[in-house]
Design a protein around this ligand. Structure first.
Ligand SMILES: [Zn+2]
Length: 226
């Protein structure tokens, strides 16, 4: 048993499209604690020539999802690295009850106490609007939205001047609805689990990115600044 660690250890959770990735990146810029996004970690680990990396790579190439075990092993090894010693923002993990239970065990072993699990709440209709409206520049990848983030000149990318745009194939109504159903079935129980542990905080995620970020800073006791 190691001594209890000081720092900012938080989990960002919420439905797909709730803005947790964006908010995690903003919080990282302010606090310099590391941002552990499951999606980014998967891409990074799948390129490593290690047993886990090869296993992940094979699963992704077969078009399968990583299993709970693979994801857990990846998170375990990542939070042992030096840049996570004084904090981390977990984003996209835990997504299932087995992951939540293992996270609890893992943190207890390492003497890490979570400050909180922060749920960003956004109604389904707004999530749908956010996801269905997004598109990106084919040349540089800059992200836009039909309603919330249009290029300054219609049809021209602000960043590179490109004029061709693309939408992700899985950003359609059926896929998003399926993801929301899965979220309710698999992830929502983890939120109830952390609520029973007295760790849950919720924030209304419907305002602007800046407004939501301010509310998160207040909850976590982080200086907002600007
Ligand atoms: Zn561009």
């Amino acid at each position: 048993m190691s001594a209890s660690r000081e720092g900012l250890f938080v989990v960002f959770t919420g439905a797909p499209g709730c803005g947790k990735g964006t908010q995690a990146r903003i919080l990282k810029q302010k606090t310099h604690v590391c941002h552990l996004s499951t999606g980014e970690m998967l891409r990074e680990f799948a390129q490593k020539d290690t047993p886990l990396g090869r296993e992940l790579n094979a699963a992704l190439e077969r078009g399968e999802f990583a299993t709970d075990d693979m994801i857990i092993e990846m998170v375990k090894s990542r939070i042992d690295e030096a840049d996570c010693q004084h904090g981390f923002i977990l984003d996209g993990f835990p997504r299932t009850m087995p992951q939540a239970e293992i996270l609890e065990e893992m943190l207890a072993e390492k003497g890490i106490k979570l400050n909180c699990v922060l749920e960003i709440q956004v109604p389904d209709e707004i999530i749908m609007e956010r996801i269905l409206g997004r598109y990106s520049c084919m040349k540089c990848g800059a992200g836009y939205h039909d309603k919330f983030q249009r290029p300054k000149i219609y049809g021209v990318c602000d960043a590179c001047g490109g004029t061709e745009f693309t939408r992700r194939k899985d950003d359609n109504r059926t896929t998003v609805q399926n993801r929301l159903v899965n979220y309710r079935l698999l992830t929502y129980p983890t939120i109830q689990f952390f609520e029973r542990r007295g760790l849950l905080k919720t924030v209304d995620g419907t305002g602007t990115i800046e407004a939501v970020s301010k509310k998160i800073d207040q909850i976590l006791g982080v200086e907002s600044g600007n």
